[in-house]
Design a protein around this ligand. Structure first.
Ligand SMILES: [Zn+2]
Length: 1033
């Protein structure tokens, strides 16, 4: 075989050099490329030993001398040369002797305006210049001048060519004579300037290889003494030092201080007047305020129509005295919640007294009386069976499955759920209106039935020593001992025909419901399943969120689940966090709760790697496995497992309806508008909350209309369901009867957009909208067509700003997957410049430090909040986030992102606990309370309000005093590490980077990729796009 190949190869090489026929040459080049694209380096070394390099170089020289040069031959030839040259240590010498060096340099010069041709020449020059003397020769012939012409100041075009030029230049500068020439020509300063420019413009860190190439040039030139002197004289040390401080900080003072112009015609802002009816409302009805609908008097607004509820609601019933009694309970308990924030058990969980009336709720796990057990199993099985194929076709047509609805009705009658601010009937009605691009076949039971937080927060999971090692060895054992490996696909969205075998021992999976996103389940061993989750719609990435149904489990059996296509390089799952679980049987036993569950939880990089073809350009990305084991609380149950406590769009719409019905309309002004419709056709709600004016006297109306605004948004990232729970807490607090809430309503008008990305939430996305975009990177220039919710949220803020009513505070609620606790990101020019060690032109800058007051208040007020993770830096990569845009364009100095951990706290009263929904809801309430205290502390505080506030705060048990005391004494928030060191060494490095040989492999890869792609222009485009995309962190 080897012999035949050898003779064949020699014939090919001979023909290549002697043939004048273009077609033959092209064919031979193609054959050689094929030959070398597979197998090991040995083939290339064999080719070299048979004179392959010389043959290629001679062909190059011959082809280049034709006029005009035939680039159809030259380009594949250059690719082969680069590939062979990487392994031929003497290629530089050979190129010099055969005059290929000059020829290539001339071709490069001629190709200055042809990016692709130039790129190929540069690849060849790079391998030639690997030999220092050849590099020196290139220097003498003016190669450095040429390369500096190719490396422009920052641009997002031709990044591959520019990168190659920096790499060739770095190669050349390994020669001392070239370095001396560079110093003499003043190139050190040019290189520093270029680096400065690329560094400061490359906000998204998309051009790191170019910046690295430039740094490499500087490093090589400073190996000679005159190079070091030139470097120091040009201020290189200071410059690079300041760059290294923080790569991502905005240091352009103009950008930090200048207010950009309006992103749309000014007339367009007028449409938002309709979303602020409170500014024009006449309240004529106030005089006859006996139960009339006060809201109906205002024109200029669209109501989101409330679905008719078939049953009387449990919260805020419409009958007079009963209502007030119930309401008082709510108010009292909310106040208690505020006051006893430090305590771990929160009465918020028992908002509604009826919630405790359920006798079943007293049963404890494993202690069910047999009498209950039997029918219960039936219920669970019945609903479970119904769930999969039949039940919740509710979404499609309720009429068609009337029997199923009746079944559920029956169940609800016998086991009322009593979850505060939840109503299954209303939920069902709302679900019918939720639009999805994905077909749903059912409603997830937890969303329908409701969730009541367990009585106390759960501790973080202690990590077993060596667990990751054990899990990885288990994975490897599949290959070594395949005897017990089943590898049976038991669920797959891609194979709709795949029937779930209800009789087998396999678990059954399902995910065709709102926010569900399981794509495939593979039974690996008897009790072990690999799961694949969907990428975000219109995107090939962002797998992290998961939500699926699992049934058919056996009692007292431990199952291992591994989600094998996660994308983030690390996770709180390695630091005490558990996934969440909801059991239908538990719910029917009166414990309708999402709980943290799972043992042996760990998160590690696996052996799967994305391939070129399927990755849409994102090559070589690696995947991570989240693995956990669950012993389900009951056999034959229907359970749901999720990344974090789900909170769907339908849940929000239900919640808003119930909130609206719960308010005392004589006191609370509560309005819902449609901010806009999403791309998927879902209305995005905008909520306004303030106090009704005391009367319709001009004074009262005046005060009403002039209350300052507070704007809160949430859930732009659909996977961050924690943000929705925080929002839920804030909303419930704001409409409550707690004295602090009353004061807040009297002091402010709250404009709230609780879900900025409904479509993403509905589809089970983690990060993006339907168009595959991260909406929190679109605030600079959103469009009504592509990012309607961001466009109109920004429009509303611009409108408020244009009428002189910009909000006191803007805050966007998020979830954080890497850190613990709750914290704020704000914006400060001074802190940013200081952190970046950039002091140029900052002397005249003045900035008040009011942005720090709210986080300081929250640190003392809210048990989950910590000041130590707060940051007030303006990063270039965040230039298009809500926080930075609202700060810069609307001039809101207190513009924040509030991040809540998915995991829990490592400080304060909740130290060592994972967040439950109550802790998150409490955080929402505390945030609002913080706004009130902020107002007390500000000078503008209304005197009358202050007096009343003092009265409120001095009430009975002095619990609030306790908080205020915390405020004034200042509990010491010790600087805490975000993460304790992981018990095990976890290997997370992605493998590209420091290793200099890696760049060789990288060049090889680029050549290969280019050779595969016939349409090279498109390839360059694609790469550019990829770089831009990669920039999104
Ligand atoms: Zn987020």
């Amino acid at each position: 075989m080897a012999e035949r190949e050898a003779s064949g190869l020699q014939v090919l090489l001979h023909t290549l050099q002697s043939s004048c026929d273009r077609e033959s040459v092209l064919t031979i080049l193609r054959v050689l490329a094929d030959l070398l694209s597979v197998g090991t380096d040995r083939r290339i070394h064999y080719l070299i030993s048979k004179g392959g390099s010389e043959a290629l170089l001679r062909t190059l020289v011959d082809t280049a001398r034709t006029d005009p040069p035939d680039y159809e031959v030259l380009l594949p030839l250059f690719r082969l040369l680069a590939k062979v040259g990487l392994r031929d240590k003497t290629i530089g010498q050979k190129a010099l002797e055969l005059e290929a060096l000059d020829v290539t340099l001339i071709l490069a010069r001629k190709s200055l305006s042809h990016s692709q041709r130039l790129l190929h020449c540069l690849w060849a020059l790079r391998v030639f210049a690997a030999r220092v003397t050849t590099g020196a020769m290139l220097g003498i012939n003016g190669a450095m001048e040429l390369l500096l012409k190719v490396i422009p100041p920052y641009t997002h075009r031709h990044s591959r060519t520019i990168r190659a030029a920096t790499e060739v230049l770095a190669m050349l500068l390994r020669s001392k004579s070239n370095s001396r020439r560079a110093v003499n020509q003043g190139y050190v300063t040019s290189l520093l300037r270029l680096h400065q420019d690329w560094h400061s413009h490359d906000a998204a860190a998309a051009c790191v290889p170019i910046r690295r190439g430039l740094l490499l040039c500087l490093r090589n030139v400073t190996t000679i003494r005159s190079g070091r002197e030139a470097f120091l004289a040009a201020g290189g040390m200071e410059l690079l030092f300041s760059h290294a401080q923080d790569d991502d900080l905005e240091t352009d003072v103009d950008k930090l201080t200048a207010k950009p112009g309006l992103d749309r015609p000014e007339e367009e802002l007028l449409q938002y007047e309709a979303m602020c009816p409170e500014l024009s409302c006449g309240f004529e009805e106030l005089e006859s305020q006996s139960g009339g609908d006060l809201n109906s008097g205002c024109a200029n607004h669209q109501h989101i129509p409330a679905a008719a509820s078939p049953k009387p609601l449990r919260v805020g019933q419409d009958q007079g005295s009963q209502e007030r009694a119930g309401e008082d309970t709510i108010q009292a308990s909310l106040l208690r919640m505020v006051k006893t924030a430090g305590a771990r058990s929160r009465p918020a969980t028992t908002l509604h007294p009826a919630g405790r009336a359920n006798g079943l709720g007293t049963a404890s796990p494993g202690n069910e009386s047999p009498g209950i057990q039997a029918p219960l199993e039936e219920d669970a099985r019945g609903l479970g069976a119904v769930s999969c194929p039949r039940l919740s076709a509710f979404l499609c047509t309720a009429a068609r499955c009337g029997d199923t609805a009746a079944e559920l009705e029956e169940l609800l009658k016998s086991r009322p759920t009593h979850v505060a601010f939840h109503d299954p009937h209303l939920f069902m009605a709302k679900a019918k209106r939720t639009r999805s691009v994905v077909d749903f076949e059912m409603l997830a039971f937890p969303d329908l039935w409701g969730h009541r937080p367990p009585p106390s927060a759960q501790s973080m999971l202690e990590r077993k020593c060596g667990i990751q090692r054990i899990k990885i060895l288990e994975d490897i054992r599949r290959l070594i001992q395949p005897s017990d490996v089943l590898n049976k696909v038991v669920f797959s969205l891609d194979e709709p025909g795949l029937l779930q075998d209800t009789d087998s021992n396999s678990l059954r999976f399902f995910s065709k419901f709102e926010s569900g996103n399981l794509r495939k389940a593979i039974q690996v061993r008897e009790c072990e399943y690999d799961l694949l989750i969907n990428a975000d719609l219109s995107s090939s990435q962002h797998q992290q969120w998961f939500y699926f149904q699992v049934s058919g489990m056996r009692a007292a059996t431990q199952y291992r689940f591994s989600i094998v296509n996660c994308e983030k390089p690390n996770s709180q799952f390695n630091y005490g966090m558990q996934p969440t679980l909801y059991s239908m049987k538990e719910a029917l036993l009166g414990r309708p709760s999402w709980v943290r569950a799972g043992s042996e939880v760990c998160y590690y990089r696996n052996h799967y790697v994305r391939h070129v073809a399927g990755a849409g350009g994102a090559r070589g990305r690696c995947y991570y496995t989240l693995t956990f084991s669950i012993t389900f609380p009951h056999g034959e149950d229907v359970c749901y497992v999720a990344y974090h406590y789900p909170y769907t769009y339908t849940a929000l719409m239900t919640h808003l309806d119930l909130l609206e019905r719960s308010v005392d309309r004589r006191q609370v002004y509560f309005r819902r508008e449609v901010l806009c419709h999403t791309l998927g056709g879902n209305p995005c709600p905008l909520v306004t909350i303030t106090a009704m004016p005391a009367s319709n006297s001009p004074d009262h109306l005046e005060q009403f209309r002039h209350r300052p605004y507070q704007v809160i948004t949430a859930r732009v990232h659909p996977g961050e369901s924690n943000a929705s729970w925080v929002m839920k807490g804030a909303l419930e607090f704001l409409v409550s009867g707690a004295p602090a809430a009353r004061l807040l309503r009297e002091a402010f008008i709250f404009k709230i957009i609780p879900m900025l990305n409904p479509d993403g939430v509905v589809s089970g996305n983690h990060r993006c909208s339907l168009s595959g975009e991260d909406l929190n990177r679109q605030w600079l220039s959103p469009t009504a067509q592509r990012q309607p919710t961001v466009y109109h949220a920004k429009g509303l803020l611009l409108y408020l700003s244009s009428i002189g009513r910009r909000p006191v505070v803007f805050c966007d609620f998020h979830g954080h997957s890497q850190k613990k606790n709750v914290f704020l990101y704000g914006c400060s020019i001074k802190e940013t410049l200081w952190q970046a060690a950039c002091t140029v032109g900052t002397a005249h800058l003045s900035e008040d430090v009011s942005y720090r007051i709210l986080p300081k208040i929250l640190a003392k007020l809210a048990p989950a909040f910590t000041m130590s993770s707060c940051s007030f830096l303006v990063e270039k990569s965040r230039a298009s986030t809500a926080r930075v845009v609202v700060w810069r364009e609307m001039g809101v100095s207190r513009s924040y992102t509030m991040e809540s951990s998915y995991c829990g706290c490592n400080q304060g009263p909740y130290q060592g606990l994972q967040f439950g929904t109550s802790e998150l809801e409490e955080m929402g309430a505390m945030f609002c309370l913080g706004l009130l205290i902020l107002e007390f502390k500000s000078t503008s505080c209304h005197h009358q309000l202050l007096a009343r506030a003092a009265a409120v705060l001095n009430t009975e048990d002095g619990a609030l005093d306790f908080h205020l005391q915390r405020c004034s004494t200042g509990s010491s928030t010790a600087e805490l590490e975000d993460e304790p060191p992981c018990a095990e060494e976890v290997e997370y490095s992605v493998g590209s980077g420091a290793d200099p040989d890696a760049s060789f492999a990288e060049l090889d890869r680029q050549i290969q990729a280019c050779a595969f792609d016939a349409d090279e222009g498109a390839q360059a485009e694609q790469e550019d796009a990829e770089w831009r995309r990669k920039g999104i962190p």
